[in-house]
Design a protein. Structure first.
Lengths: 340, 340
DNA sequence: CTGAAAGCGCTAACAC
DNA sequence: GTGTTAGCGCTTTCAG
């Protein structure tokens, strides 16, 4: 019972290939009786159509690529859930590609993707990515691309983002309201859309509250955890040490907590912290962590839905071109003493 | 310049299809000069072979399926990194399937996979899975399957696991050494290989230290976080409340910390906790969390390597059939007051 | 209502 | 060294 294909079914039933094929696809051309016979045997023999033959013929693979910087990060892993939720019912399969935050890796992946292996791409670019040619090339081949979270603004593809600038503004304003006057911003890239936006929101908030923007308070972290730890420690050892921190990425949570502990700085008394993070565990840290929680699941879901629309050749509305799903500032103890 | 295929290249170069094909695959039959011409044009036109045509022909897709309960879990997301690392160099693509801990979902996925979409499968079964027929069916179709972490012992497929029983034993013995006499075990399934093993190790340790095994101390948690919280709280409110906990799964960390806090129980003074977890953030919890850290990356990598071996028809050695990579007990404050 | 045949893009016998 | 051809499994005109 190996390799059951349409030919085998046809032979067994004394029908032609095309009749069987049509019966299986429930064509109106085929009589109910024949359909029943075909379906019965197909079920009995456990016939499963060969995905590649269909793909080759129809030039659609029912695969979508999800290109991510990394997967061991709660934002991205939750986003994958959203993507999967949106896509499963439509019969699409999710191929995960990891760039490991490398531009070269990203370019290689997008190249590989041109093999027709996938029908469309969900993309969140690496922190190194500034050039857009590799994505443009894919789009030129009519492979639908939808950006989510980390976008390339100049490209004409739908973008699903959160309100990075606004939420960084809110977080910064919150720290100011809590009495901070020397607030640091920790980014992970100077080019990345989300980091620029968040930094812009941070700077705007300082400006609106008549606080100076100091270069010394804006740190760009690396992918090297140990090095980041040194950078943050140095920041917190300065004479005019920051009394507030807006960290733009989850990975830095551990770094800041450890640095504070080593330097015997108390949170929130000496330093107040807010962090872009989706870690559920934020609530049980001590102090519990004030987070800007991104709508990871919703963003993944929305991005996948727009992509599916494109794959189904449905017209995109203006709303689909840029979807902004707000993040939520959840104030906890790390930024607010009075918080219970 | 759309749809560059071999035919187009052949036409342009006044060569036949097969000559071009052979040239691109660097066949010894083709002259160096021709190869050069072909390669030059292929590069210029940015020719990328159609993955489906090759797959259909050669009956290999260069895709592997990774079937997981969930992805928003540090063990699995790190394991994906290991898988990706092992597989990327070999040119394989990773398709992620999520069962969401559902047997029905798992069975549906394995069915879908029979379409030939993938060359092999890495599988970590859902907590509901007890039946093996769905996996057996796949193996009967000669789709190579490799289990990792959560295995089905009765099936004749390679298994990559950690030393669940031993590490649970170590964790339990550690708690006993710290003075615990009423130790609870929190599982998530009565059937899952890892939970049975861990529970066995726990019971063995109790026995070896002349402590009774009480049914009341063995809790099976659900997928419902709120309900788990109630269960754990109730456990900790008992007259003879446990003074130690071995939690078999990362998700329960938050639950236990919150329950302790709400009940004003101090860790480690009132309750000592060890948890199977790969959370980096464990170090900055207060108290910092004693973990049994699983070799997630290594397990994913090893599993993928064995699968690739099978796909390449290389013989498996006895060692490949069952690989056990030890976990590490990292003692921190949640189980040991004297820990700095 | 059913069947014959072409063709998706590629590879590998098998000629020449 | 190069070319011709068959065929992987499926879908879809187009004929009957």
């Amino acid at each position: 019972m190996k390799n059951v294909n349409i030919r085998a079914l046809a032979r067994e039933l004394n029908l032609s290939l095309s009749t069987v094929s049509k019966a299986l696809r429930d064509s109106y051309e085929i009589s109910a009786a024949t359909k029943e016979r075909v379906r019965a045997l197909a079920a009995e023999w456990n016939y499963i159509p060969n995905a590649y033959a269909s793909s080759l013929r129809g030039r659609k693979s029912k695969n979508i690529a999800v290109v991510l910087p990394e997967v061991a990060d709660s934002f991205f892993s939750i986003a994958i859930n959203g993507i999967e939720a949106a896509v499963k019912a439509k019969g699409y399969h999710v191929i995960i590609y990891l760039t490991h935050e490398s531009y070269a890796g990203e370019a290689a992946i997008l190249k590989d993707i041109q093999s027709g292996r996938v029908d469309g791409v969900l993309l969140s670019v690496s922190r190194e990515t500034t050039d857009t040619a590799h994505v443009q090339e894919l789009m030129d081949k009519d492979v639908p691309v939808v950006f989510f979270d980390r976008v390339l603004e100049t490209l004409a593809a739908p973008k699903i983002v959160t309100d990075d600038a606004e939420s960084a503004y809110k977080a910064t304003a919150h720290l100011i309201a809590q009495g901070c006057r020397e607030i640091a911003y920790l980014g992970i890239s100077d080019s990345l859309s989300i980091c620029r936006q968040r930094m812009a929101g941070y700077m705007q908030a300082l400006g609106d509250h008549q606080l100076p923007v100091h270069q010394r308070n804006m740190l760009t972290c690396t992918t090297d955890g140990a090095r980041n730890f040194q950078l943050v420690k140095k920041l917190l050892q300065r004479t005019h040490r920051p009394d507030g921190i807006v960290a733009s990425v989850e990975k830095l949570t551990t770094t800041v907590y450890q640095a504070c502990r080593q330097l015997q700085l108390r949170m929130p008394e000496d330093v107040k912290l807010t962090c872009f993070s989706n870690l559920e565990i934020a609530t049980i840290l001590q102090p519990s962590l004030t987070t800007i929680t991104q709508p990871a699941f919703e963003m993944g879901k929305a991005a996948a839905e727009v992509l599916v629309k494109m794959l189904e050749k449905k017209p995109l509305t203006a709303k689909d071109i840029r979807i902004v799903i707000p993040s939520e500032l959840v104030v906890r103890e790390s930024s607010s003493r009075q918080h219970k």
